[in-house]
Design a protein around this ligand. Sequence first.
Ligand SMILES: [Zn+2]
Length: 132
Amino acid sequence: MLRRYFTSLLRSLRLRCPLCGQGRLFRGWFAMHETCSGCGLKYNRGPGYFLGSIYINYILTAILVTAGYFGMYFGTDIDRDVILWVSAAFSVAFPACFFRYARSLWLGMDLFWDPPEAKEFNPDESRGGQPM
Ligand SMILES: [Zn+2]
């Protein structure tokens, strides 16, 4: 089970289908493929499905901004206004850069805990639909 989890995690970090590791998740910076080219899995599992990825992105951003802010505030002599502007810029730029990984990690985590049913595969693109 642990091996399966790390396999799914590594595939997510490579922005590949967490189930088969073959298909790419994204076709652009923000645009996702609808199904996996390897196994035919439909990535969007329902309305509002990727809302959970926003939580991942938000939590990680909040942790990094908080740690960075206090680290610079107490650990350096940088002006407070500069620290504030750097933190504000980071809190806008980081979520945009991490967007794809947040979605990928969300998909991998969700597929691990809630494996897909046969109806979640596109039969036209499926090559057996065999996970991992
Ligand atoms: Zn796949």
